[in-house]
Design a protein. Structure first.
Length: 169
């Protein structure tokens, strides 16, 4: 049993090493969040980034969110980072997003998250996370706490470089 635990720790450690690439997507809303507006919403996010140092991930992200039964939609773009606390996949995240809803509403929303990367294969993860987004324009109605669930792909250091080189031969 001890050997199995050590092997799992070695595999997890290799997943968060410097130079690896991360690609992910998540679903938010679905009444698994709360804000002052109390309207049903659903959102999707896409992220891509790279580990700049062991356990330190920097990424860019884009997102879309449909709010309530109206035709109101949020578009967001941002940057962020994660620190993988322990080698089994537990992470803390911090990011900032520019949110555009209408011509009259734009916002900057810093966010915190804590989540877990559960490896279902060597490079594919399921990533549940608890998040808090702080609205700087409308704290009462727009600041949100919620749960999101995503998928992540962790690609080896040279996999993308080799694929690009092969494509342009």
């Amino acid at each position: 049993m001890m050997i199995a635990m050590m092997a799992m720790a070695a595999v997890a450690n290799a997943q968060f090493e410097s130079g690896k690439t991360f690609i992910g997507a998540s679903v938010t809303g679905l009444d698994l969040n709360y804000n002052g507006a109390k309207k049903w919403n659903i959102g999707v996010e896409a992220r891509a980034g790279q580990f700049i140092k062991d356990n330190w991930l920097l990424f860019g992200q884009v997102g879309y969110q449909h709010i309530g039964e109206s035709k109101v939609n949020d578009l967001k773009i941002g940057v962020g980072g994660r620190y993988y606390i322990v080698q089994n996949g537990l992470f803390l995240g911090l990011n900032g997003n520019y949110v555009h809803e209408t011509k009259s509403y734009n916002d900057f929303m810093p966010a915190l998250e804590i989540g877990y990367s559960f490896f279902v294969s060597h490079s594919l993860t399921i990533e549940p996370a608890l998040y808090y987004e702080q609205s700087l324009s409308d704290h009462k109605n727009r600041s949100t706490i919620g749960i999101k669930v995503g998928l992540g792909i962790y690609l080896p250091k040279n996999k993308i470089q080799n694929s690009v080189k092969e494509a342009f031969k």
